[in-house]
Design a protein around this ligand. Structure first.
Ligand code: NCD
Ligand code: ZN
Length: 344
């Protein structure tokens, strides 16, 4: 008999669904396995106001595959002009579950992000008061800081000062990529959570750069050296409540990935759960997979875990190399090893 593993249905606490043709193509890849996801607001133009979030929410709902039970958890893109009353109303109406902080220029479509953190202090104070989490893209953008150091420098220069200045603010360190971030997260109280992507548990910077450049492994924050990957694997598989899954599945067309200045992002929605089961099994931690994918995230966000379940069986799994969209093909993240666990 093949081995099987049943989990509460997972949620994705950091997801890019895009819009239009891309949204229609990638949404089923998430709804097949996940019940809820925190939806990133970095559209062009970004999702800034409650009205923007309502309209985007309705477009996502309209694009849902027939019969899919999926709840998009909306976020607002924090700008220096964000209106705190609008944020509070969006939270009160149940529409919005988090606000996203992108340092201006840190990543794809982040030009409207925050340059001067003092300007957003009143909004952050309001968020602390109403218990609305801040999801943070934790990289400094200064050109003189080495790209591999940008997360660690952000923690010291930006994140820790924000948290000290705004006691009680719930913060998610998103897509952490370093042992520095793991250590920082572990030293904080329960107002701090940290998401970890699937791909950062699998690749280090050699995968991107050794033996020829691999654009499909380029994402932000960029994968770091092996010691950091090992720290992330230890954190993700530890069952500690502060660590939970945020895939950061970030689809771009192959044409946009393969440009001389290609887009950052790994598309992991289709095969994430098969990859995670493999990683957790390698770490002798299959019993902790459910905490990472299905329990710790809802607990941080103050939501109940999903009632229904998802079963993985050790029968072998294959996924298409690409999915088709009306904008062109999108390549699925290749973990570089065969996948034993299938979602059934
Ligand atoms: C994201 C995207 O493509 O929107 N890219 C990525 O590499 N993760 C942006 C982001 O979350 O940084
Ligand atoms: Zn992202």
């Amino acid at each position: 008999m093949s081995q099987s593993l049943t989990l509460r249905r997972p949620d994705d606490w950091h997801l890019h669904l895009r819009d239009g043709a891309m949204l229609r193509a990638v949404l089923p890849e998430t709804t097949r396995h996940f019940a809820r996801a925190i939806i990133m607001p970095n559209l062009v133009p970004p999702v800034v106001t409650a009205a923007d979030a309502r309209a985007y929410h309705d477009r996502i709902r309209a694009a849902l595959p027939e019969g899919a039970a999926f709840t998009p958890l909306m976020t607002l893109y924090l700008t220096e002009e964000t209106d705190l009353e609008d944020v509070a109303a969006a939270k009160a109406s149940g529409l919005v579950n988090a606000v996203k902080l992108y340092p201006a220029g840190a990543t794809t479509n982040s030009a409207s992000g925050v340059r001067t953190f003092e300007k957003v202090r009143p909004v952050l104070e309001k968020m602390a008061e109403i218990s609305l989490p801040l999801c943070v893209h934790g990289e400094v953008t200064d050109a003189e800081i080495d790209i591999f150091d940008r997360e660690a420098v952000f923690i010291d220069r930006v994140l820790d000062p924000i948290r000290r200045a705004t006691p009680g603010l719930r913060v998610v360190m998103e897509h952490i990529t370093t042992s520095n971030a793991v250590d920082y997260a572990r030293a904080q109280d329960e107002t701090l959570g940290a998401t970890i992507t699937t791909h950062h548990l699998v690749i280090n910077r050699n995968h991107i750069l050794a033996g020829g450049i691999k654009p499909y492994y380029y994402c932000l924050p960029v994968a770091k050296r092996e010691t950091h990957r090992l720290a992330l694997r230890q954190a993700a598989t530890s069952a500690e409540a502060r660590f939970f899954l945020g895939t950061d599945s970030a689809p771009h067309t192959d044409a946009n990935k393969l440009l001389p200045c290609g887009c950052a992002g790994c598309f992991t929605a289709p095969n994430t759960l098969s990859i995670l089961a493999q990683v957790f099994e390698e770490e002798n931690a299959l019993d902790n997979l459910e905490a990472f994918t299905s329990l710790n995230g809802p607990a941080f966000y103050g939501l109940p875990p999903n009632e229904d379940t998802l079963t993985l069986t050790k029968t072998g799994a294959t996924y298409p190399a690409q999915i088709a969209t009306d904008d062109g093909p999108v390549t699925v993240f290749d973990p570089g090893f065969p996948l034993d666990w299938a979602v059934t």
